[in-house]
Design a protein around this ligand. Structure first.
Ligand SMILES: *[C@@H]1O[C@H](CO)[C@@H](O)[C@H](O)[C@H]1NC(C)=O
Ligand SMILES: *[C@@H]1O[C@H](CO)[C@@H](O)[C@H](O)[C@H]1NC(C)=O
Ligand SMILES: *[C@@H]1O[C@H](CO)[C@@H](O)[C@H](O)[C@H]1NC(C)=O
Ligand SMILES: *[C@@H]1O[C@H](CO)[C@@H](O)[C@H](O)[C@H]1NC(C)=O
Ligand SMILES: *[C@@H]1O[C@H](CO)[C@@H](O)[C@H](O)[C@H]1NC(C)=O
Ligand SMILES: *[C@@H]1O[C@H](CO)[C@@H](O)[C@H](O)[C@H]1NC(C)=O
Ligand SMILES: *[C@@H]1O[C@H](CO)[C@@H](O)[C@H](O)[C@H]1NC(C)=O
Ligand SMILES: *[C@@H]1O[C@H](CO)[C@@H](O)[C@H](O)[C@H]1NC(C)=O
Length: 908
């Protein structure tokens, strides 16, 4: 351990390295803050014993030629078997005997911290039991700038506070179960259109007036970036997130995965992220630049200008070995990459009894080739291990507790021994193709319980609403009739005319950009129900005076065509509830569970009311997505623009009623407001960049060993056999500057509680129920009218009351001050903070204030905040130069990878 300690002692320093030609990179070398220190000590000991090619093995996935085995990090010399990677947010992707969890959207719809954690833990446990070390979940990018955005159901809510709590809890739950949760996608990945050049030019839009040449650039100002889109990442870093996936899009015309300011300065510096950064399939666009900009692990990389995934080739692998040897990438950067990956492994105790990988991703066969492209090693590739445990119970509870009741006239619900039930709509019943009939759930047949794309998983079974309602209705001897054909109006009319209650099911779907359904290229092309859903509701309501609408959707839908119809007596939104869909619905329909879900987004009256939308037609060869709305998305926009929504953010009814009283706003004694600089002090220091001892350079150590025969499409870390190489200059040659990185989650003071707010809530109805009480703060200084800064879900018996509290942390009363690059407590700016507590964002029952405090802090936060987006744009797709806000860094967007220089002259 003395060896390890010496290794660690050198490490508390990030380094600014000059590369290339004047541009500056600042990859912090992590050192293991707080509860990461033990993991870092082990990781350093492990990594410092590795050769360059062994370290490269840890950073580079072996490629599509080996999807049946450990994906990376196989190091035979030290007996390290490697690491397995897989999706996804709804369960272990593309295998069997796993659960199909609710969409993460439903976790947010519950507003229930315990249920969010419970489902995350269960999902993590299933990944671990299948042998998956690293799971690509959870999602908070997209955050939900536009309700049409295809992948919003994989995440939570466009409100950063609700998303942040949910994201942090999901990371904590998955980590606690032992799998490494990968937060994704970092960041400003807010639409599917134009995220990848190949996807949009070649597959989807061959008739466009021009082809895109790069992924779209999301251009947001620094304050918007911090207060909306980065906010949830702070939560997850604080809660122990050990891995982050960088996204497809560019920011300010620099690829997210090679954006030094974003990855090195913000994520690893300001936010104090201790884990590793991994690319998405095809989001890496360079070798050397991505390494210097802070990426630590690559999965399949794009290595052609048009973005095809190269088979058996990589920006890293042999290219990274060569780059380290020729001095393009300093070896301390490679050491730091490998250390961060191994630190995550030790942080989650994966060195202790972690199960062997026991399935082949994407292939359910019991026997097959271990290396399918090479067609060698035919053997058992699936053990079909059932990892579902008791998770169906959790899925059903999340499903039932996420259902949002939007309308319930004259106690239509819960159903009380209805004499005859009519069930109408394709969305009520099973698909004729089965629940897994379309690859990656890329169709909308039968009841909808999951969106499409890589965020999907296989259903072990799917309880559809029709089956569950029929089973329950038997208990009451109800007659049940149904029509699943949305277009057979004559039959529908005759069936509903006989019924005492009519349940009409509608849906719409969205997903990832590589799949198109009916002109919806990932992103929804509208916000209305599919398969003539609006007409279907009106058809039923026209013939049935007691019509209950149930909607399965990935986000908000427009309800104006029928919501005020007098015969529409109840409306339930059920999100995308996973395998227990019908059972969860029955729990609410029949009152076994009192509905308690609340909308995690605004339901507008028309699409244009949202003020933001997907860019469907590229505005340039490098599409420029300008976030000109700044902070004003979803309810922040509706409030600002004075637009009345149909159902506001945070809305949801119950079978009982609640009254609010006795607001108490109590400062926490001893908590003094400070200006919480994001990063700790910075100092310039010249440091010795050697992290680990150096091995003598010897060509035979880096070229393809004669003992290994190369498998087809398989990525190794070696240079070609018999190649020779030039050892590059000592790196870095210029002076190096050290700045202290932040602690995980940014400055610790951000997390200090400064106030507690307490209210009394009474259940004034006749049944027990849960209320989601919500705290909104008005921060002045150009901030939105009100912003969610607390929520608390509490079960209260009929006739009883309870005290419900919210803790307000310093970050909750702070805004991002661009000039000082720090969070500033608005109370120090002379602002008295408005406090409101209520049942939704517009049903605010109690109001008060938190006083301003004088004389502390020196924030220069603009009272005149307005979103200004001045990112360099490009009309011709040529290289753009980005000026970062701190004026310090200049990074060329395009840098032709100079690292592919195998071989030069022989010295090794
Ligand atoms: C790198 O990994 C491959 C398997 O992916 C393995 O065959 C090889 O021995 C490893 N190389 C080193 C240097 O550990
Ligand atoms: C390096 O690895 C070898 C082989 O596993 C092992 O014997 C040795 O103890 C390791 N050294 C350190 C410093 O971990
Ligand atoms: C492109 O044009 C062809 C011929 O007009 C048409 O058949 C096809 O549907 C169009 N494709 C798209 C994606 O618009
Ligand atoms: C866009 O690219 C596609 C596929 O490479 C090609 O078929 C099409 O002609 C291109 N369109 C334009 C306008 O260049
Ligand atoms: C993008 O540019 C804007 C100014 O135009 C700046 O405020 C913001 O910080 C930049 N974002 C990144 C990630 O560099
Ligand atoms: C190295 O990267 C380049 C792209 O810069 C790619 O074309 C090449 O195939 C890669 N080499 C290997 C051996 O993967
Ligand atoms: C609700 O009940 C009241 C009182 O019985 C009745 O007047 C009203 O029409 C009912 N509303 C609906 C929509 O059925
Ligand atoms: C299945 O869904 C797809 C669209 O998702 C649709 O085109 C097709 O007609 C549906 N099949 C049936 C039998 O309904």
């Amino acid at each position: 351990m003395a060896y390890a300690a010496a290794c660690v002692a050198l490490l508390a320093v990030p380094i600014l390295a000059q590369y290339p030609e004047g541009s500056l990179y600042s990859p912090p070398i992590s050192s293991g803050y707080g509860n990461w220190s033990a993991a870092y000590a082990k990781a350093h000991a492990f990594v410092c014993n590795l050769t360059i090619t062994e370290k490269v093995n840890l950073t580079t996935q072996t490629g599509t030629g080996a999807s049946y085995s450990y994906s990376l990090g196989i190091i035979p010399r030290v007996g390290f078997r490697g690491l397995a990677l897989d999706d996804s947010p709804t369960g272990v992707r593309s295998t069997d005997y796993t659960s199909a969890f609710t969409a993460p959207l439903n976790m947010a719809m519950t507003w229930d911290r315990d249920l969010i954690y419970a489902q995350a833990y269960a999902n993590g446990a299933e990944h671990k039991a299948k042998g998956v070390n690293i799971a690509y979940s959870p999602v908070v990018g997209p955050l939900g700038r536009s309700p049409e955005s295809g992948r919003i159901w994989e995440g939570y809510s466009p409100d950063p506070y609700l998303s942040g709590v949910s994201f942090g809890l999901t990371v904590a739950g998955m980590n606690a179960a032992g799998t490494i949760a990968v937060g994704k996608h970092f960041v400003l990945y807010e639409q599917e259109h134009f995220r990848q050049v190949r996807e949009w030019n070649d597959w989807h839009l061959p008739n466009a007036t021009f082809n895109t040449t790069e992924p779209y650039s999301s251009n947001a100002d620094d304050r918007t970036l911090h207060e909306l889109y980065l906010w949830p990442w702070y939560d997850a870093v604080h809660d122990g997130m050990a891995a982050v996936m960088c996204s497809y899009n560019q920011l300010n015309n620099t690829q997210a995965c090679q954006n030094n300011h974003l990855l090195n300065d913000i994520l690893k510096g300001e936010m104090g992220f201790q884990g590793f950064i991994v690319s998405d399939d095809g989001s890496q666009h360079s070798g050397v630049l991505s390494a210097l900009a802070g990426m630590d692990m690559t999965i399949l990389g794009e290595t052609s200008p048009n973005g095809e995934l190269g088979l058996g080739i990589s920006f890293w692998g042999p290219n990274l070995t060569q780059s380290v040897l020729n001095g393009s990438v300093p070896e301390w950067r490679l050491d730091d990459m490998a250390t961060r990956i191994m630190a995550a492994y030790y942080y989650l105790d994966q060195d202790q009894d972690f199960p062997e990988l026991n399935f082949a991703q994407g292939d359910l066969s019991t026997f097959g080739y271990l290396y399918p492209h090479a067609m060698v090693d035919y053997q058992q590739i699936n053990e079909h291990v059932d990892v579902r445990d008791h998770h169906a119970d959790i899925i059903r509870r999340v499903g039932a507790n996420s259902i949002i009741m939007l309308k319930n006239v004259n106690n239509t619900l819960p159903l009380n021994k209805p004499k005859q039930i009519a069930i109408i709509g394709e969305d009520a019943g099973p698909s004729i193709y089965g629940p897994n009939g379309c690859s990656d759930r890329g169709c909308d047949n039968g009841t909808l319980a999951m969106g499409w794309g890589s965020g999907s998983t296989n259903f072990p079974y799917l309880i559809d609403p029709l089956a569950a309602i029929q089973a329950r209705a038997l208990q009451d001897r109800s007659v049940v009739q149904y029509v699943l054909d949305n277009y057979d109006t004559a039959l529908i009319d005759s069936v509903v005319a006989q019924a005492t209650v009519c349940l009409v099911f509608i849906n719409c779907d969205s997903g990832e950009g590589y799949i198109e359904i009916d002109g919806n290229y990932g992103d929804r092309k509208n916000l209305t129900a599919w398969m003539r859903g609006d007409d279907l509701v009106n058809e039923v309501a026209g013939n049935c005076s007691n019509t209950v609408v149930i909607a399965h959707t990935p986000g908000p839908i427009i309800m104006e065509p029928w919501i005020e119809h007098p015969n529409v007596t109840a409306v339930l939104m059920a999100g995308l509830p996973g395998q227990e869909s019908g059972n969860a619905l029955v729990d609410v329909l029949y009152g076994a569970v009192n509905p308690s879900g609340k909308t995690p987004w605004t339901i507008g009256k028309q699409r244009g009311d949202y003020g933001t939308d997907v860019m469907y037609v590229a505005n340039a060869p490098v599409p420029q997505l300008n976030f000109t709305e700044g902070l004003y998305i979803d309810y922040r926009h509706f409030d600002q623009a004075g637009i009345a929504p149909r159902f506001e953010f945070g809305f949801g009814l119950s079978y009982t009623t609640f009254s609010y009283s006795n607001l108490r706003i109590q400062p926490v004694s001893g908590a003094s407001p400070t200006t919480a600089s994001a990063a700790a002090s910075s100092a310039q220091t010249t440091v010795n960049p050697s992290v680990c001892p150096r091995y003598a350079l010897n060509a035979s150590a880096y070229t393809f060993p004669s003992t290994i025969s190369s498998l087809t499409d398989y990525i190794y870390p070696y240079l070609p056999r018999n190649s020779t190489f030039t050892v590059g200059p000592a790196y870095p040659s210029a002076s190096v500057i050290a700045t202290s990185p932040g602690t995980p989650g940014g400055a610790p003071a951000l997390w200090d509680t400064v106030y507690t707010v307490t209210v009394s809530i009474a259940n004034t109805g006749s049944v027990a129920g849960q209320e989601v009480a919500q705290l909104y703060l008005a921060l002045g200084n150009g901030e939105p009218l009100r912003q969610l800064r607390g929520f608390n879900k509490t079960m209260i018996q009929a006739g009883a009351s309870a005290d419900v509290s919210f803790t307000v942390r310093q970050r909750d009363v702070s805004i991002w001050d661009v000039p000082s690059q720090s969070w500033v407590d608005v109370r120090t700016l002379g602002t008295a903070v408005g406090v409101s507590v209520g049942a939704s964002s517009r049903d605010l029952r109690l109001n008060g204030t938190m006083a301003a405090v004088g004389g502390v802090g020196s924030g220069s936060a603009a009272g005149n905040y307005s979103a200004s987006v001045t990112a360099a744009t490009t009309s011709a797709g040529g290289p753009a130069v980005t000026e970062y806000s701190d004026g310090q860094l200049q990074v060329p967007t395009e840098y032709s990878d100079g690292q592919v220089q195998v071989p030069a002259s022989a010295t090794g």
